[in-house]
Design a protein around this ligand. Structure first.
Ligand SMILES: [Zn+2]
Length: 260
């Protein structure tokens, strides 16, 4: 494939890539993944994320946010850090944020409050939100309902729900972040993709997690994004080039602070 792809979600700054981060970037660029959006996790990840963004200023673009699984009793301190970061330098989205009730439900109230705070920041800084939703769609929608008179845009990252959930999300103006799960047999995502217009879809790897077939189970990296584009193309009965073209335009419209 010869074209311009955007990995809308990759944690290439994590220690998983310490041994070969430059080579990983090189492989991604060679396969057309020219822009990579870096979602933050919490205070501990900011330094390494910004290092990578500084080393590849034309390719790697940082987001600022607090990941729901990092929400603890001290979440207000973490939110303060997010606020001061947003004041101090440019970021391209609020993320990743959201609610995760798969691993731990003890902090459900704090997760909701942290998510709400971050949506306010997205509105204040006119940034899209990158949402992590795991066993938490009702809670997520409830928080978003409180902002229904505002135009919030963004992505439901690592989407793996059914068609009616996809319709609800795209009807609210959000994109579906489609990653390696689409290549897994029995994911059910093929039916969702068949029923969803490509204009609602952006591509992501979620590196180092969720590597697509045929590298499933390995460390994921942005150069594997083409497997996801090819899988979506196969389901839609179109070319990977067409999928790349449309999803890149979609990503550029969401991350509208990117200058191409
Ligand atoms: Zn992530």
């Amino acid at each position: 494939m010869d074209h311009f792809l955007i990995d809308t979600h990759a944690h290439l700054y994590l220690p998983d890539f310490d041994v070969d981060r430059n080579e990983t970037m090189q492989r991604s660029l060679e396969l057309g993944v020219q822009m990579i959006m870096l979602p933050n996790i919490d205070r501990s990840s900011i330094g390494s994320m910004l290092d990578l963004a500084r080393r590849f200023p034309h390719n790697c673009f940082p987001m600022m946010g607090l990941h729901p699984t990092s929400v603890r009793d001290n979440y207000l301190d973490e939110i303060e850090t997010v606020k001061s970061e947003l004041k101090n330098r440019p970021y391209y989205a609020i993320g990743e944020t959201g609610i995760d009730l798969h691993w731990d439900t003890r902090y459900i109230n704090k997760q909701c409050l942290a998510f709400e705070e971050q949506i306010k920041l997205a509105l204040q800084y006119e940034l899209p939100v990158v949402i992590h939703a795991r066993k938490s769609f009702n809670e997520i929608f409830e928080v978003l309902e409180g902002f229904k008179n505002n135009t919030i845009t963004g992505i439901f990252h690592a989407f793996s729900g059914d068609t009616s959930l996809a319709e609800k999300i795209t009807g609210m103006g959000f994109k579906l972040g489609i990653g390696g799960i689409v290549t897994f047999k029995k994911s059910g995502l093929d039916e969702v993709i068949r029923n969803t217009d490509l204009k609602h879809i952006v591509l992501e790897t979620d590196s180092p997690y969720l590597a697509p077939v045929p590298v499933r189970g390995k460390r994921n990296e942005s150069s594997y994004l083409h497997y996801i584009a090819e899988s979506v193309a196969h389901i839609k009965n179109t070319s990977a080039e067409e999928v790349a073209h449309i999803t890149t335009q979609n990503a550029l419209s969401v991350f509208n602070k990117l200058a191409v």
